[in-house]
Design a protein around this ligand. Structure first.
Ligand SMILES: [Fe+2]
Ligand SMILES: [Fe+2]
Length: 388
């Protein structure tokens, strides 16, 4: 049965009165008033984004990040891998310079022949998410106190951001080349989706605030670790062990990134427990939107919801995973054990510690109310229909 889960982990940002607007009639990035015309402005997100809050970290807290330079050098940069020791996409793909190239491509196509369309839809969505990397580097460079001020800044924060981006760049590259060679998907539609997505950006609501930003990246790295790990598992079940290896290798990178980002937030909890728990509660109240939530292919106004619903149905990334990730992070940062908090801090602590159970309850109720939904066509697989 196809399920419609109302508490989707990839919740699209919502604003009163705007949910039903088509991308063709909404627009503008910071609208407070309704759109004046029924015309979509080019190169704007496919939905209104939230009213933007900027620079919400009090200026004096910037000093915390300045004082952590030595710490970050010794504790964060160690989680980067030297380029010479890193895998590269070509390590997992047919070698175009070898005589056996055509045979290797044929073998790749043979291996994935039994994989169902819906799996490919999820893999494509994951690949598109990775391919919007310019947006994520931009997002991290919006954060006060840790941004790369010059493009070649020598602060450990900037070094991390550039090298992290360079590591991540291999993920989309590898998945893109694999999918291209598989012949199973409509690459032109996928390429259009990537162009739309990078043009639209993202709306993580991190407010130039590195507390919020690093909580967001901690959550996201774990979410991608979970999701790539699950696509690896499914590929193996469908008989493509090479694809399983590809997804598993990417998942291992995400795990290493998660370790680095969660260490930064752990340090913030140690330095400023009240400010950090308030930030965690703030991000969770706003809900962690997935990085590719503004995706659009020129056809489907609800593309992201459809991709998310398939990922949920296949068990690649689910509402339960969302609750599990939060529970993991709350445990990792020992939020329950925090003491000496302000009144607001205590409330924030109670809220985040009780939230995983609350999300699970909501999800169970949504599951019980779920109705069968008609299949939808998906441009990424030549308009064939997928169950959602
Ligand atoms: Fe990645
Ligand atoms: Fe990552």
């Amino acid at each position: 049965m196809a399920l419609k889960i109302s508490f989707l982990p990839y919740k699209i940002p919502s604003f009163p009165g705007s949910q039903d607007r088509s991308h063709r009639v909404s627009m503008a990035s910071t609208l407070r008033s309704p759109p004046t015309e029924n015309i979509k402005k080019p190169f704007t997100p496919p939905r209104e984004v939230h009213v933007q809050v900027t620079h919400s970290m009090p200026p004096e807290k910037r000093e915390i990040f300045d004082s952590l330079h030595n710490w970050a050098e010794e504790n964060i940069l160690i989680h980067l891998k030297p380029v010479e020791k890193c895998w590269q996409p070509t390590d997992f793909l047919p070698d175009p310079a070898s005589d056996g190239f055509h045979d290797q491509v044929e073998e790749l196509r043979e291996r994935c022949r039994e994989i169902p369309d819906e799996y490919f839809v999820v893999l494509v969505g994951d690949m598109i998410t990775e391919e919007a990397l310019p947006t994520y580097q931009t997002m991290i460079n919006t954060l006060d106190g840790v941004r790369d001020e010059t493009g070649a800044s020598l602060t450990p924060w900037a070094i991390w951001n550039r090298a992290w981006t360079a590591e991540e760049n291999r993920h989309g590259d590898l998945l893109n080349k694999y999918l291209y060679l598989s012949g199973r998907v409509d690459m032109r539609q996928i390429e259009k989706t990537i162009q739309y997505l990078i043009g639209s950006g993202m709306d993580p609501r991190t407010e130039n605030n590195p507390y919020l930003g690093f909580i967001y990246t901690s959550f996201q790295e774990r979410a991608t670790f979970v999701s790539h790990g699950n696509t690896a598992r499914h590929a193996k079940t469908h008989g493509d062990s090479k694809l399983a290896q590809i997804c598993g290798t990417i998942a291992a990178d995400e795990k290493r990134h998660e370790t680095a980002y969660t260490k930064i937030v752990e340090k913030l909890f140690e330095t400023d427990p009240d400010g950090t728990v308030l930030s965690l509660a703030d991000m969770m109240r706003k809900k962690i939107s997935m990085p590719a939530h503004l995706m659009y292919d020129g056809v489907d106004d609800n593309l992201f919801e459809h991709f998310s619903a398939v990922a949920q149905r296949l068990g690649v990334y689910t509402a339960k995973d969302y609750a599990d990730i939060l529970e993991f992070l709350v445990g990792r940062w020992e939020v329950e054990k925090l003491t000496g908090l302000s009144g607001e801090g205590n409330k924030a602590q109670d809220y985040v510690c009780g939230l995983p159970a609350r999300i699970r309850r909501l999800e169970e109720r949504a599951h019980a109310r779920a109705k069968e939904v008609a299949p939808v066509p998906c441009s990424w697989i030549f308009g064939r229909e997928i169950k959602i």
